[in-house]
Design a protein around this ligand. Structure first.
Ligand code: HEM
Length: 131
């Protein structure tokens, strides 16, 4: 019953919800993530989450994870951050990223929530340039 409720939340969410293991490998994602980044339902499984961002973060993301696992000092977990996402077609868009840490089958894992903030950014820009 709980599982059905959880599934409904994941399926209907507007934000992308993406789970990775401690190596940054994608282990699950919801339909919003498919739409937002332009991939099919299973296509991203086993890929590195760095596929979803442009350079220089793409090359550095494994290092970000290693740094966190080694030091335990969070820089995104618990804070959130504005960043840039990259779709399968190579186009980029502004995102609001939050990351949480979970224990999954005795191992460390992470869940990221990605919100596309293109519209908010466009509105902010329009307001700023109309003054
Ligand atoms: C760390 C960027 C997606 C998990 C970081 C950092 C950056 C970053 C810049 C390091 C921050 C710093 O050291 O100052 C991005 C971008 C993403 C993205 C641009 C665009 C899609 C994700 C997703 C997850 C994730 C979807 C989880 C499913 C992590 C973790 C860390 C991290 C666990 C290290 C912990 C921390 O620094 O608090 N990411 N990330 N990232 N990211 Fe990502």
């Amino acid at each position: 019953k709980n599982e059905l409720a959880l599934r409904a939340v994941l399926e209907s969410a507007v934000d992308s919800i993406i789970s990775i293991d401690e190596h940054g490998i994608i282990t699950s994602y919801n339909p919003a993530a498919e739409r937002m980044f332009g991939y099919g339902p299973k296509e991203l499984l086993g890929c590195n989450v760095s596929s979803l961002m442009p350079s220089p973060d793409r090359e550095r993301h494994d290092g970000y994870l290693r740094r966190y696992l080694a030091t335990g000092i969070p820089r995104i977990i618990g804070f959130g951050r504005e960043a840039t996402g990259q779709r399968k077609d190579g186009s980029t868009f502004p995102i609001d990223l939050s990351v949480g840490e979970v224990l999954y089958e005795g191992r460390r894992a992470f869940t990221g929530i990605v919100r596309d903030i293109s519209e908010r950014k466009a509105t902010e820009h329009a307001l700023a340039t109309s003054l």
